[in-house]
Design a protein around this ligand. Structure first.
Ligand SMILES: [Fe+2]
Length: 334
């Protein structure tokens, strides 16, 4: 059963060691509730509690309002300036989508299909969590992702999240997504080159390798890292990345008024939990994501897709993410 998959991954990755190791770690730890990953407790893997949480939301009357919020996907704009950005990339725009959990978020997926029409961007990046569950069938999730892919321009790059399995990679790549498994790709424009790297899941399976992903990047080049979780912000900044794009936190998903999350489910300073932020010389962005997990509900935390517009900083201006603004296209309030 496993052999055909291993052969496919071996061909794709140029060897079977990584695929074998990744599949082995998945088999050992898939859906484990305690003691694996960067956090000790994984509520997303405690499936018997999910229906209890859902019932509690229904009893409080918040369920239906939260479910409506979960379908209100916003387009956010994040403008970031860099002194290091080659002039040819001034205005280069990335469409960033994260945390689809596509098979449990029908409303958000339908809204996404609508709002993608007419968006203008140069490249699309996906920062993981295509599936709702953390184990088992992924066909339903991938068939929804396929419909989204039909509505977006190429090229598309992606990484895996903690809800995903490396078994999905051949299908995701067959759809036209170049998956970055601790890998890097040069992006060329107007004779200049920037680098787009991506790491495998750092949160749960801990199969990230930033050193490998960054190894082909010239030290003075402008580079972007895709990681499902922003929890690796220190390693990314000190590896010299200029921009880190991530998701995973869902912005808290269930928040107090003022978008204050009850939990981020991450080892992370709260200011890195959603939107734009800066750490040392690196600009970062944490998407609140398209979908939801555990319960199909959002409170005080709307879903989003993001257009990141890279700008070259003025001569004499700050050489790092001097401007990092995130503005909702249309703030509907809750
Ligand atoms: Fe997620």
């Amino acid at each position: 059963m496993i052999e055909p998959l291993l052969s496919k991954l071996e061909q794709r990755l140029g060897g079977r060691l990584y695929a074998k190791q990744r599949l082995g770690i998945e088999t050992d730890h898939e859906a484990q509730i305690f003691g694996q990953g960067l956090t000790f407790f994984h509520i997303e893997n405690w499936y018997s509690i999910h229906s209890v949480i859902r019932t509690l939301f229904k009893l409080t009357g918040l369920y239906w309002r939260g479910q409506a919020n979960a379908a209100r996907v916003q387009v956010r704009h994040n403008n970031v300036c860099f002194g290091k950005l080659p002039p040819a990339f001034d205005g280069f725009t990335l469409l960033h989508m994260s945390d689809f959990h596509a098979d449990m978020n029908d409303g958000a997926m339908r809204r996404l299909e609508e709002i993608l029409v007419g968006l203008k961007y140069d490249l699309c990046v996906l920062t993981g969590d295509y599936r709702a569950a953390t184990f088992g069938n992924f066909e339903d999730a991938l068939s929804r992702i396929r419909r989204i892919l039909a509505r977006i321009g190429r090229p598309v790059y992606g990484v895996l999240g903690n809800h995903d399995t490396i078994r999905m990679v051949p299908d995701l790549e067959a759809m036209g997504i170049r998956m970055l498994l601790n890998e890097c790709e040069p992006i060329e424009r107007g004779g200049a080159t920037i680098y787009l790297a991506g790491i495998d899941d750092a949160h749960f399976y801990r199969v990230d390798n930033i050193e490998k992903a960054a190894s082909g990047i010239p030290h003075d080049a402008f580079s972007i890292l895709l990681s499902h979780t922003p929890e690796i912000y220190r390693q990314a900044a000190h590896a010299g990345f200029d921009l880190l794009l991530s998701g995973h936190t869902h912005g808290g998903q269930i928040c107090l008024p003022g978008s204050i999350p009850l939990t981020l489910g991450s080892v992370l300073p709260r200011r890195f939990g959603a939107g734009a932020w800066i750490y040392h010389n690196m600009a970062g962005y944490t998407s609140t994501g398209v979908g939801t997990s555990i319960v199909p509900v959002r409170i005080n935390c709307l879903p989003e897709i993001t257009l990141h517009r890279l700008r070259r900083a003025e001569e004499g201006g700050s050489s790092v993410g001097a401007v990092a603004q995130s503005q909702p296209e249309k703030e509907t309030g809750e």
